[in-house]
Design a protein around this ligand. Structure first.
Ligand code: FAD
Length: 201
Protein backbone atom coordinates (compact mmCIF):
# COMPACT_ATOMS: atom_id res chain seq x y z
CA UNK A 1 0.00 0.00 0.00
CA UNK A 2 2.83 2.38 0.86
CA UNK A 3 4.33 1.69 -2.59
CA UNK A 4 1.00 2.76 -4.10
CA UNK A 5 1.23 6.09 -2.26
CA UNK A 6 -1.15 5.19 0.56
CA UNK A 7 -0.40 6.64 3.98
CA UNK A 8 -1.21 3.82 6.41
CA UNK A 9 -2.13 4.77 9.98
CA UNK A 10 -2.46 1.64 12.09
CA UNK A 11 -4.25 1.67 15.47
CA UNK A 12 -6.17 4.80 14.49
CA UNK A 13 -9.94 5.12 14.89
CA UNK A 14 -12.17 7.39 12.83
CA UNK A 15 -14.40 9.19 15.33
CA UNK A 16 -16.68 11.08 12.95
CA UNK A 17 -17.52 11.24 9.28
CA UNK A 18 -19.08 14.26 7.62
CA UNK A 19 -19.62 15.43 4.07
CA UNK A 20 -16.49 17.58 4.47
CA UNK A 21 -14.11 14.90 5.77
CA UNK A 22 -13.07 12.44 8.44
CA UNK A 23 -12.37 13.21 12.10
CA UNK A 24 -9.60 11.19 13.76
CA UNK A 25 -9.49 12.24 17.39
CA UNK A 26 -8.28 15.86 17.36
CA UNK A 27 -7.32 15.78 13.69
CA UNK A 28 -9.73 16.53 10.83
CA UNK A 29 -8.83 15.29 7.33
CA UNK A 30 -10.79 17.24 4.69
CA UNK A 31 -11.85 14.98 1.82
CA UNK A 32 -14.85 14.55 -0.43
CA UNK A 33 -14.38 10.87 -1.27
CA UNK A 34 -14.30 8.43 1.63
CA UNK A 35 -14.07 4.66 1.27
CA UNK A 36 -15.17 2.68 4.32
CA UNK A 37 -13.44 -0.71 4.51
CA UNK A 38 -13.86 -1.42 8.21
CA UNK A 39 -16.85 -3.70 7.88
CA UNK A 40 -20.60 -3.38 7.81
CA UNK A 41 -23.50 -4.29 10.01
CA UNK A 42 -25.12 -7.64 9.32
CA UNK A 43 -28.51 -7.75 7.61
CA UNK A 44 -31.44 -6.60 9.77
CA UNK A 45 -32.97 -10.06 9.32
CA UNK A 46 -30.92 -11.43 12.25
CA UNK A 47 -32.54 -9.02 14.69
CA UNK A 48 -36.03 -10.14 13.68
CA UNK A 49 -35.39 -13.68 15.01
CA UNK A 50 -35.77 -12.57 18.63
CA UNK A 51 -32.55 -14.23 19.81
CA UNK A 52 -29.20 -12.72 20.93
CA UNK A 53 -27.21 -10.89 18.27
CA UNK A 54 -23.75 -9.32 18.61
CA UNK A 55 -22.74 -5.64 18.25
CA UNK A 56 -22.98 -5.73 14.44
CA UNK A 57 -26.21 -7.71 14.35
CA UNK A 58 -24.81 -11.20 13.73
CA UNK A 59 -26.81 -14.05 15.21
CA UNK A 60 -24.90 -15.97 17.88
CA UNK A 61 -25.38 -19.55 16.68
CA UNK A 62 -24.98 -22.87 18.47
CA UNK A 63 -21.93 -24.99 17.66
CA UNK A 64 -23.99 -26.94 15.06
CA UNK A 65 -25.10 -23.68 13.32
CA UNK A 66 -28.66 -23.93 14.65
CA UNK A 67 -30.08 -21.07 16.71
CA UNK A 68 -31.08 -21.23 20.40
CA UNK A 69 -34.54 -22.69 20.84
CA UNK A 70 -34.96 -23.53 17.15
CA UNK A 71 -33.04 -26.65 16.11
CA UNK A 72 -34.81 -26.50 12.74
CA UNK A 73 -33.25 -23.09 11.89
CA UNK A 74 -29.60 -22.62 10.90
CA UNK A 75 -27.82 -19.30 10.35
CA UNK A 76 -24.60 -19.24 8.32
CA UNK A 77 -22.12 -16.96 6.59
CA UNK A 78 -21.92 -13.22 7.21
CA UNK A 79 -25.09 -13.29 9.33
CA UNK A 80 -23.68 -15.83 11.81
CA UNK A 81 -21.41 -15.25 14.80
CA UNK A 82 -19.77 -18.65 15.41
CA UNK A 83 -17.51 -18.27 18.49
CA UNK A 84 -17.16 -21.97 19.35
CA UNK A 85 -13.80 -22.66 17.70
CA UNK A 86 -11.43 -19.94 18.85
CA UNK A 87 -13.58 -17.94 21.26
CA UNK A 88 -13.75 -15.18 18.62
CA UNK A 89 -16.31 -15.06 15.78
CA UNK A 90 -15.12 -16.65 12.54
CA UNK A 91 -14.23 -13.97 9.95
CA UNK A 92 -16.84 -12.79 7.44
CA UNK A 93 -15.19 -14.31 4.40
CA UNK A 94 -16.40 -16.60 1.64
CA UNK A 95 -14.55 -19.82 2.74
CA UNK A 96 -16.40 -19.64 6.08
CA UNK A 97 -19.75 -19.09 4.31
CA UNK A 98 -19.07 -21.91 1.80
CA UNK A 99 -18.03 -24.44 4.44
CA UNK A 100 -20.98 -23.49 6.64
CA UNK A 101 -23.32 -23.80 3.65
CA UNK A 102 -22.14 -27.34 2.95
CA UNK A 103 -22.36 -28.22 6.64
CA UNK A 104 -25.88 -26.79 6.94
CA UNK A 105 -26.96 -28.91 3.95
CA UNK A 106 -25.53 -32.04 5.62
CA UNK A 107 -27.35 -31.08 8.84
CA UNK A 108 -30.65 -30.77 6.96
CA UNK A 109 -30.17 -34.25 5.47
CA UNK A 110 -29.28 -35.64 8.91
CA UNK A 111 -32.41 -34.10 10.47
CA UNK A 112 -34.62 -35.45 7.65
CA UNK A 113 -33.21 -38.89 8.49
CA UNK A 114 -34.00 -38.43 12.19
CA UNK A 115 -30.42 -37.68 13.29
CA UNK A 116 -29.13 -34.66 15.24
CA UNK A 117 -27.33 -31.78 13.49
CA UNK A 118 -23.57 -32.10 13.88
CA UNK A 119 -21.03 -29.66 15.32
CA UNK A 120 -19.41 -27.37 12.70
CA UNK A 121 -15.63 -27.04 12.44
CA UNK A 122 -14.01 -24.47 10.16
CA UNK A 123 -10.95 -25.60 8.19
CA UNK A 124 -8.79 -22.53 7.64
CA UNK A 125 -6.86 -23.11 4.39
CA UNK A 126 -5.22 -19.68 4.45
CA UNK A 127 -5.95 -16.10 3.47
CA UNK A 128 -5.53 -14.13 0.26
CA UNK A 129 -6.05 -10.48 -0.57
CA UNK A 130 -5.35 -8.39 -3.63
CA UNK A 131 -4.61 -4.67 -3.50
CA UNK A 132 -4.22 -3.94 -7.19
CA UNK A 133 -2.59 -4.89 -10.45
CA UNK A 134 0.00 -7.68 -9.90
CA UNK A 135 -0.13 -6.99 -6.16
CA UNK A 136 -1.47 -9.41 -3.57
CA UNK A 137 -0.57 -11.32 -0.45
CA UNK A 138 -1.34 -14.98 0.18
CA UNK A 139 -0.84 -16.78 3.46
CA UNK A 140 -1.37 -20.42 2.49
CA UNK A 141 -0.31 -21.94 5.83
CA UNK A 142 2.52 -23.94 4.20
CA UNK A 143 3.93 -20.88 2.38
CA UNK A 144 3.62 -17.11 2.25
CA UNK A 145 3.48 -15.38 -1.15
CA UNK A 146 3.45 -11.72 -2.10
CA UNK A 147 3.53 -9.63 -5.29
CA UNK A 148 2.95 -11.26 -8.70
CA UNK A 149 2.97 -14.95 -7.54
CA UNK A 150 0.34 -14.15 -4.87
CA UNK A 151 -1.72 -12.20 -7.41
CA UNK A 152 -1.67 -15.13 -9.89
CA UNK A 153 -2.62 -17.52 -7.06
CA UNK A 154 -5.50 -15.16 -6.09
CA UNK A 155 -6.76 -15.08 -9.70
CA UNK A 156 -6.50 -18.86 -10.04
CA UNK A 157 -8.36 -19.60 -6.80
CA UNK A 158 -11.16 -17.11 -7.55
CA UNK A 159 -11.70 -18.51 -11.05
CA UNK A 160 -11.64 -22.13 -9.85
CA UNK A 161 -14.25 -21.49 -7.15
CA UNK A 162 -16.75 -19.86 -9.53
CA UNK A 163 -19.75 -22.06 -10.23
CA UNK A 164 -19.98 -23.41 -13.80
CA UNK A 165 -17.60 -23.50 -16.73
CA UNK A 166 -19.41 -20.66 -18.54
CA UNK A 167 -19.02 -18.30 -15.55
CA UNK A 168 -15.33 -19.18 -15.25
CA UNK A 169 -14.72 -18.53 -18.94
CA UNK A 170 -16.70 -15.27 -18.87
CA UNK A 171 -14.91 -13.89 -15.79
CA UNK A 172 -11.52 -14.99 -17.15
CA UNK A 173 -12.25 -13.13 -20.40
CA UNK A 174 -13.49 -10.01 -18.53
CA UNK A 175 -10.41 -9.96 -16.28
CA UNK A 176 -8.04 -10.51 -19.22
CA UNK A 177 -9.77 -7.65 -21.08
CA UNK A 178 -9.59 -5.35 -18.05
CA UNK A 179 -5.91 -6.25 -17.54
CA UNK A 180 -4.90 -5.63 -21.16
CA UNK A 181 -6.96 -2.48 -21.73
CA UNK A 182 -6.66 -0.96 -18.20
CA UNK A 183 -10.47 -0.74 -18.44
CA UNK A 184 -12.01 -0.83 -14.96
CA UNK A 185 -15.57 -0.91 -16.33
CA UNK A 186 -16.12 -4.41 -14.92
CA UNK A 187 -15.89 -2.98 -11.40
CA UNK A 188 -18.34 -0.11 -11.83
CA UNK A 189 -21.70 -0.33 -10.09
CA UNK A 190 -24.02 1.41 -12.51
CA UNK A 191 -27.38 0.22 -11.18
CA UNK A 192 -29.41 2.43 -8.83
CA UNK A 193 -29.78 0.49 -5.60
CA UNK A 194 -32.74 1.12 -3.32
CA UNK A 195 -31.78 1.41 0.33
CA UNK A 196 -32.67 -1.66 2.38
CA UNK A 197 -36.15 -1.43 3.92
CA UNK A 198 -35.71 -2.09 7.63
CA UNK A 199 -38.72 -2.93 9.74
CA UNK A 200 -38.69 -1.57 13.31
CA UNK A 201 -36.99 -4.03 15.68
C1 FAD B 1 -16.51 -5.74 -1.46
C2 FAD B 1 -16.33 -7.09 -0.81
C3 FAD B 1 -15.21 -7.83 -1.12
C4 FAD B 1 -15.02 -9.07 -0.54
N1 FAD B 1 -13.90 -9.79 -0.86
C5 FAD B 1 -13.70 -10.99 -0.34
C6 FAD B 1 -12.56 -11.75 -0.69
O1 FAD B 1 -11.72 -11.34 -1.48
N2 FAD B 1 -12.42 -12.97 -0.13
C7 FAD B 1 -13.35 -13.48 0.74
O2 FAD B 1 -13.18 -14.62 1.19
N3 FAD B 1 -14.44 -12.78 1.08
C8 FAD B 1 -14.64 -11.56 0.58
N4 FAD B 1 -15.75 -10.83 0.92
C9 FAD B 1 -16.69 -11.40 1.90
C10 FAD B 1 -17.62 -12.42 1.23
O3 FAD B 1 -18.20 -11.85 0.08
C11 FAD B 1 -18.71 -12.81 2.22
O4 FAD B 1 -18.13 -13.28 3.41
C12 FAD B 1 -19.60 -13.91 1.66
O5 FAD B 1 -20.18 -13.50 0.44
C13 FAD B 1 -20.69 -14.25 2.67
O6 FAD B 1 -21.61 -15.11 2.08
P1 FAD B 1 -23.11 -15.10 2.57
O7 FAD B 1 -23.79 -16.15 1.77
O8 FAD B 1 -23.15 -15.17 4.05
O9 FAD B 1 -23.66 -13.65 2.21
P2 FAD B 1 -23.86 -12.98 0.78
O10 FAD B 1 -22.89 -13.50 -0.21
O11 FAD B 1 -23.88 -11.51 1.08
O12 FAD B 1 -25.28 -13.47 0.34
C14 FAD B 1 -26.44 -13.05 1.01
C15 FAD B 1 -27.57 -13.04 0.01
O13 FAD B 1 -28.78 -12.80 0.70
C16 FAD B 1 -29.52 -11.87 0.00
N5 FAD B 1 -30.39 -11.19 0.97
C17 FAD B 1 -30.07 -10.22 1.85
N6 FAD B 1 -31.14 -9.84 2.56
C18 FAD B 1 -32.17 -10.60 2.13
C19 FAD B 1 -33.55 -10.68 2.46
N7 FAD B 1 -34.08 -9.89 3.39
N8 FAD B 1 -34.30 -11.58 1.79
C20 FAD B 1 -33.77 -12.39 0.85
N9 FAD B 1 -32.48 -12.36 0.48
C21 FAD B 1 -31.69 -11.48 1.11
C22 FAD B 1 -28.50 -10.94 -0.62
O14 FAD B 1 -29.03 -10.27 -1.74
C23 FAD B 1 -27.42 -11.94 -1.02
O15 FAD B 1 -27.65 -12.48 -2.29
C24 FAD B 1 -15.97 -9.58 0.36
C25 FAD B 1 -17.12 -8.84 0.65
C26 FAD B 1 -17.29 -7.60 0.08
C27 FAD B 1 -18.53 -6.80 0.42
Amino acid sequence: LVELGVEVRPSTRATNLTEAGVQIGDEFIPCRVKIWAAGNNASFVGKTLGIPVDRVGRVIVNNDLTIPGHPEVQVIGDLANFPHQTGEPLPGISPVAMQQGRHAARNVLAMINGRKPQRFRYRDKGTMATIGRNKAVADLKFMHLSGLPAWLAWLFVHIVFLVGFRNRLLVLFQWAWAYLTFDKGARLITRNFQSEQRPPV
